[in-house]
Design a protein around this ligand. Structure first.
Ligand code: 5GP
Length: 181
């Protein structure tokens, strides 16, 4: 595997190798498996697109039979005139009395998650927790708690393992970080 990758005019250097990612996901899955004895009462809500690879690897390690559902929002960079984040795929699950775990690729400013959490207020779930593979504490502007954090990283832009640059780079097995030129 190359240690540098070029996409358009940007260079990315290898940052987190697949072995490390796998270890991070093992720990997250272990924690979730020990926190929930009745997995049938758990609903995982996966935030597309970025979390698809993380969710696939995480959920294979989850014991029991949880429900798995997907939602998709447009990036906050492409907000509409009203400044709202657009929902592209919605939630159809009945979450009444369920333990909800939101699966996200990265919490950066926290704006996208805050928007989704507001929407979740309308459901009668029992508990709600967030599981994110990556967290950028230096960029976080919100106050909601994040129970399961895979790894805290610095502010730089990353690609690979589901993370993209304009749709490119999601298939890479390792995570790469934008290199300053
Ligand atoms: P937030 O709303 O927390 O600022 O950002 C959430 C979304 O922005 C993430 O789900 C992800 O899609 C995108 N994002 C944030 N940081 C990065 C990054 O470093 N790389 C990539 N590819 N996407 C990011």
């Amino acid at each position: 595997m190359e240690s540098e990758i070029k996409i358009k005019d940007k260079t990315f250097k290898k940052y987190i190798r697949q072995n490390e990612i796998s270890g991070i996901i093992d720990s997250l899955a272990q924690r979730i498996n020990s926190d929930y004895t009745d997995m049938q009462s758990v609903v995982f809500i996966v935030m597309l697109n970025g979390a698809f690879m993380f969710a696939a690897d995480l959920l294979k390690r989850i014991k029991g039979l949880p429900t798995i559902s997907f939602v998709k929002f447009s990036s906050y960079n492409s907000t509409d005139q009203s400044g709202k984040i657009k929902q592209l795929i919605g939630l159809n699950e009945d979450l009444t009395d369920k333990h909800v775990i939101i699966v996200e690729d990265i919490v950066d400013t926290g704006l996208t998650m805050k928007h989704f959490l507001q929407q979740m207020n309308g459901f009668k779930y029992k508990t709600l927790d967030i599981c994110t593979l990556m967290f950028k504490p230096g960029k976080f502007q919100e106050h909601f708690p994040i129970k399961y954090i895979g790894k805290e990283i610095s502010d730089e832009f990353i690609i690979g393992y589901g993370f993209d640059l304009d749709g490119s780079g999601r298939n890479l097995a390792d995570i790469y970080q934008l290199k300053e030129n």
